[in-house]
Design a protein around this ligand. Structure first.
Ligand code: NG6
Ligand code: CA
Length: 508
């Protein structure tokens, strides 16, 4: 009898112990997940260093981008890795310099996925750390394999490189197919009206901007004269899929709605959201409620529209009580351009506005305005608001957030500069390669080296931007010469040599 009581007693004790342990574990899990902040990267497309009022714009007001700056750290030396979209996005997500991958350059809308499967990415690293990971907005990183059928399962794509949710614009707003893809499927596509895409030739009987300008509400200034949809001709040919085609005017609301849905769905779990805005990339077609909002024509209006969306998104974080537990990053994939292929009055209505903020060059350029972009990080209650001059790059998110979340970084080029991102240190990167393929510049401290490059000095006869390419070495000191007017290569041979060597080392 005694023995039986003894057994019952030990059983009760054991159950209580296990129960207690379980509860403890639960607490532990809850407390660790709570200490892991959500991470949101809001990524504008072609927004210049001078397009944001907290970076000095007076003609264009961006109160909501500024709200992130006022409540966080505004970096004065923040960089995208390349002056165009695909390579910058690639390196942000892969922690890899674009020059290491030949295909990392502006991709056609039917290009296969750019990433090598199985390698660490920013989202796959965060998935390992226990995050839910989502991408909403512009993709432009290729999808599927060569000759992909858009009516079938679209893979590999974001879900195969570490995102567990994707609601993306397939390529860019000026490239076909003009559709959104949710996870593995084109949104809104029906079996009765399949979609076909070609970058070689038109489909018989389909109108083009070249032959049917009377069908257009926005006319091309160069290129962009192929398939027409929503009164706008694009790059590439497409046919069918009418029920799936996006409406440019609604795109801002579509991405905002999906982003808000995403954070609501994942609010009880650490999440990473890559919210990739399409503004102010061409075609610039704001919702009617923003037409005329800036006084600077469609380019200004779509920036005001994007700023509004960011404000709505920040309000939602507040409403959900997530602002203190969410790191919000705001930046851009490359520098600004006015006429980028449509007659949208960007040049005519620009007035006194300086999208470059006084830097030389712009989108496509090796000069500073190509890659030197707005770069702001907010973590309410943790980051002390201020301004930092540290040299920081978007490529460094992977290693830095790996350090924050207790993961290893296995990407080749991302560096842990978490302390700079959090404002604890004014030391960021030592050096940074800017560009793609063999077209590159190198920044170290205040110095910029641009090795000789063959090619045009201006982007082309339509885009009025200096490429930065020259047959000689260029060396600038941005501290004394922000506008890169004085080439010091001849007067500072030692510095030139030091940067040449540092660039070679960085390439390894
Ligand atoms: C260029 C396009 C330009 C833009 C750019 C990519 C023409 C004439 N120009 O080739 O409009 O789409 O590619 O921009 O087609 S990015 O921001 O996505 O890199
Ligand atoms: Ca871009």
């Amino acid at each position: 009898m005694k023995q039986v009581y003894g057994k019952i007693f030990s059983l009760i004790f054991l159950m209580a112990f296990v129960g207690c342990k379980k509860a403890n574990n639960k607490n532990l899990i809850e407390s660790t997940t709570q200490t892991l902040p959500n991470i949101v990267v809001i990524y504008a497309d072609d927004l210049g260093f001078g397009d944001v009022s907290s970076y000095g714009s007076t003609a264009l007001k961006t109160p909501n981008f500024d709200r992130i700056a006022n409540e966080g750290i505004r970096f004065t030396n923040g960089y995208a890795t390349s002056p165009t979209c695909t390579p910058s996005r690639y390196s942000l997500l892969s922690g890899t310099y674009p020059f290491r991958t030949k295909r990392a350059q502006v991709l056609p809308g039917n290009a296969p996925l750019l990433f090598e499967l199985g390698k660490q990415t920013l989202p796959s690293m965060l998935q390992q750390a226990g995050y839910k990971t989502g991408v909403i907005g512009k993709w432009h990183l290729g999808l599927g394999d060569a000759n992909m059928d858009w009516n079938k399962k679209i893979a590999p794509g974001p879900l195969e490189i570490g995102f567990d949710y994707a609601y993306i614009m397939a390529s860019t707003n000026d490239r076909v197919p003009s559709v959104y893809v949710e996870n593995h499927k084109v949104v809104g596509l029906t079996a009765e009206d399949p979609i076909y895409v070609s970058y070689q030739k038109n489909f018989e009987g389909e109108p083009t901007g070249r032959d049917n300008p009377e069908m257009l509400k926005v006319h091309p200034s160069h290129g962009h004269d192929m398939s027409i949809h929503n009164g706008i001709s694009r790059i590439g040919y497409m046919k069918g899929g009418k029920s799936a085609l996006f409406i440019d005017e609604d795109m801002n609301d579509d991405f905002l709605k999906e982003s808000i849905k995403y954070i609501n769905k994942n609010k009880n779990h650490p999440f990473f959201l890559f919210y990739a805005l399409h503004q102010p990339h061409v075609p610039r077609v704001p919702h009617p409620r923003f037409v005329g909002a800036s006084g600077l024509g469609p380019r200004g209006d779509v920036i005001v529209e994007a700023d509004w969306a960011v404000g709505q998104f920040l309000d939602e974080l507040d409403t959900l009580g997530l602002s203190e537990n969410t790191i919000v990053i705001f930046s851009s994939d490359n520098g600004p351009v006015l006429d980028d292929g449509y007659k949208d009055d960007a040049v005519e209505k620009n007035g006194k506005h300086t999208p470059t903020g006084g830097l030389r060059g712009g989108k496509y350029s090796l000069f500073d305005a190509g890659t030197h972009v707005p770069f702001i990080i907010r973590w309410k209650g943790t980051i002390k608001p201020g301004v930092s001059d540290a040299l920081v790059s978007q490529m460094d998110f992977t290693a830095s957030f790996a350090a924050l979340t207790g993961q290893d970084n296995t990407t080749p080029d991302s560096q842990n500069i978490l302390d700079a991102f959090l404002g604890k240190s004014d030391k960021g990167r030592q050096g940074l390669i800017l560009g793609q393929n063999n077209i590159m510049a190198y920044r170290q401290g205040d110095w910029v080296l641009i090795p000789p490059h063959k090619g045009r000095k201006m982007t082309n006869k339509w885009v009025n931007i200096e490429t930065g390419r020259d047959s000689i070495y260029q060396l600038y000191n941005l501290k004394d010469d922000q506008a890169q007017q004085h080439n010091l290569a001849e007067t500072h041979p030692e510095k030139l040599e030091a940067l040449k060597q540092a660039l070679e080392l960085e390439k390894k």
